[in-house]
Structures are given as C-alpha cells and as structure tokens.
Write a protein that binds this ligand. Structure first.
Ligand code: PEP
Length: 247
C-alpha cells in the first residue's frame, strides 16, 4: 500500500519570521495519519520550520542542494549541511531549476544519486512544456526524463525516491491538468519505473501530481489509481494547505 504524500513547495516565498507565523498557525492542522506531509521552505527559513515542526510528523525538505561534498562552490549547500540542519528530503529537477537555472539531466542524475546515498528522500520532478504536449510527444519525453534521472541507480536506491509529474503549462498558471491527463502520465511514469526496476519498486513508489493543485481539485486528482498525492506550490503558502492535507 502506497501512502499518500502531500508536499508544499514554497519556492522563494516566506521569510524566517513569516515561516514562523504561518507554521505556528497551521502546524496542528497539517499533521495527518493518512498522509506523509512535507514542507519545502526557502533555505534561510529551514531552521525555523525544523524548530516549529520538531514535535510533529511533518517532514522538512529543501528545494535544492549541490551534489559535491564541500569546497569552492559559492552559493551552494551540500547534502550534509542540509542533514545537519534537520532536513530529510530534497526537491530535484523542478522545471524552474531546469529552465531558469539551466539544470540539465546530467546534473539532476548526479543530485539524485547523492541525495539517496546521503539518506535524503528525493522528490524528482518531471514535466513537459505546452509545446511538447501539443506535439503529442509527452509520454516519450517524460520517459526520457525519468530514464536519464535514474541512470546508475540501483533498484534499492530507486525505491527510496518519490517522483512528481508536473506539466510546466500547469505550474503557477491556475490551469490544472485534467485528472485523466495527470493519471495517464503518472501511470506511464510508473510503467517506466517498472521497466527499469520491476513491479515491486514501481508499485511501491509514490508518484505525485503537481500543477495548480488546490483544495478544490485535490480530491479528484488524488483519487486516481496512479496519483499518490501532490506537490503543491501556491496553495501550500496559505491555510488552504491544511485543507489539501485532509482530502
Ligand atoms: C510547483 O511549482 O511545484 C507547483 C506545483 O506550483 P503551483 O501549485 O503553484 O502550480
């Protein structure tokens, strides 16, 4: 049985004091027995989140890290630094990192391998642009992203990862994929994982949908067979996140 995962990607929102204020007000309502709940604050706000959520089951993650151990990488943080700060998970391959910061499949693969090796739970994002969707090549594009990200990972390590399917045209646009569109691609992600690692790994892997998920559409999306939860941007910054956790 796969457990539902509800994860909030705050992106570049909420200062440390805003983090404190927000989490103090929702922390009791974002705890759930049915779901694993994650929050991914900006790096500078992580210590506040860890401190406020320490007596809850809510998992604090980071939105990014660099795969090298240490050294001359100005502006970056390592997996060990995150772990030492109480971080348990990390988002890898978000489309904003791919598009705005030029992260490519090779870097994403190196990060995925390092995160698993260090014991951080990776939330690996994949997703197609509107252009790719309109050309009818979504399934093969997503399969390519998954194969490249998982290159060199053992079945045991792959089994520690979460995948989030986030169509770029649905992120922050208010335009959600229909549950049929989301289910189709989440199912094909699971199928690619099955081809790579077999049925046990694929059936146990949590595959999430992300892209304008909110309290109004979450229930329908997560009721789909292959959608095990959501990676939520805008709606995770508000009280609404607590309603999504409860769907
Ligand atoms: C995201 O960026 O991970 C995301 C899904 O954002 P939004 O929910 O705002 O579309």
């Amino acid at each position: 049985m796969r457990k539902r995962v509800i994860a909030g990607n705050w992106k570049m929102n909420k200062t440390p004091s805003e983090t404190r204020q927000f989490l103090e007000s929702v922390k009791d309502r974002i705890c759930s027995a049915e779901s694993d709940v994650y929050v991914f604050p900006p790096l500078i706000s992580i210590p506040e989140a860890v401190s406020i959520l320490k007596e809850t089951d809510v998992i604090v993650g980071a939105q990014n890290f660099y795969y090298e151990e240490k050294g001359a990488f100005t502006g970056e943080v390592s997996a060990d630094m995150l772990i030492d700060s109480g971080v348990k998970a990390v988002i890898i391959g978000h489309s904003e990192r791919r598009d705005i910061f030029g992260e490519d499949d090779r870097l994403i693969n190196l990060k995925l391998k390092r995160a698993v090796e260090k014991g951080l739970t990776p939330v690996l994002c994949c997703g197609e642009s509107l252009e790719i969707r309109e050309s009818g090549k979504t399934t093969e594009f997503i399969e390519g992203q998954i194969r490249k990200a998982f290159e060199g990972l053992s079945a045991e390590d792959a089994g520690k990862c979460i995948v989030a399917y986030e169509p770029i045209w649905a992120i922050g646009t208010g335009k959600t994929a229909t549950s049929d569109q989301a289910e189709e691609i989440c199912g094909s992600v699971r199928n690619t994982i099955k081809e790579l690692y077999g049925e046990t790994v694929s059936e146990n892997m949590s595959v999430l949908y992300g892209g304008s998920m909110n309290a109004g559409n979450a229930a329908e999306l997560v009721s789909c067979e292959n959608i095990d939860g959501g990676l939520i941007g805008s709606a995770s910054l508000k009280d609404e996140f607590a309603d999504i956790v409860k769907v």
